[in-house]
Design a protein around this ligand. Structure first.
Ligand code: ADP
Length: 169
């Protein structure tokens, strides 16, 4: 028997939740908590995207995510810069988790999921609808509010709020 009481022949269900997480919000955390219940292991994969200029470094984004997921034993935080499907193959994961907030997310997500499926047909994208209280929430909105010293305590975990305050001090 291996992890989760499975026999050695049954592969673990490993899912990857990729994103920029610049920074992690309560909306991301909601998806992470719910997705972690559906898979044996959930890898939160932080994209080191060289074309975007993030507010937080890759290490800072990963550190904050590790802090807020410390109570979830089957969640791992990692960084990647490769094509997502290459990273998935490396990690032996077959499921991509993405969150959907509104219809506006749909077109882009459909494009992404279709491209990934075409590149690697055994990979499936699982979409999770956001909990309604987070449907308006994005990392960009949080950064905008924090830039002008607005209140973000209902939008992000306390350690992220503190990190935002330090960036905007
Ligand atoms: P990306 O740059 O890949 O869009 P994000 O960090 O912005 O990275 O988002 C990662 C994933 O989390 C995406 O699937 C996005 O739709 C989802 N997401 C972002 N904010 C929320 C939220 N408030 N509720 C649910 N899902 C969300």
């Amino acid at each position: 028997m291996s992890e989760g009481g499975r026999s050695a022949e049954t592969p673990l269900k490993v899912a990857v939740y990729p994103g920029s997480f610049d920074p992690a919000t309560n909306g991301h955390l909601d998806i992470i908590r719910r997705a972690a219940k559906q898979f044996d292991r959930l890898i939160v994969a932080v994209l080191n995207n060289t074309s975007k200029q993030p507010l937080f470094t890759l290490d800072e984004r990963m550190g904050l995510l590790r802090e807020v997921t410390a109570d979830l034993p089957n969640v791992e935080v990692d960084g990647f810069r490769d094509l997502l499907i290459n990273y998935m193959a490396q990690r032996q994961a077959h499921v991509i988790v993405r969150g959907l907030r509104a219809v506006s997310d749909f077109e882009y997500e459909l494009q992404l999921a279709t491209a990934n499926h075409k590149l690697s047909p055994e990979i499936e994208t699982f979409f999770m609808m956001t909990s309604p209280e987070y449907s308006f929430l994005s990392s960009s909105i949080v950064k905008e509010i924090a830039k002008f010293q607005g209140p973000v305590s209902d939008l992000v975990p306390p350690c992220v709020e503190k990190a935002l305050r330090a960036k905007n001090a």
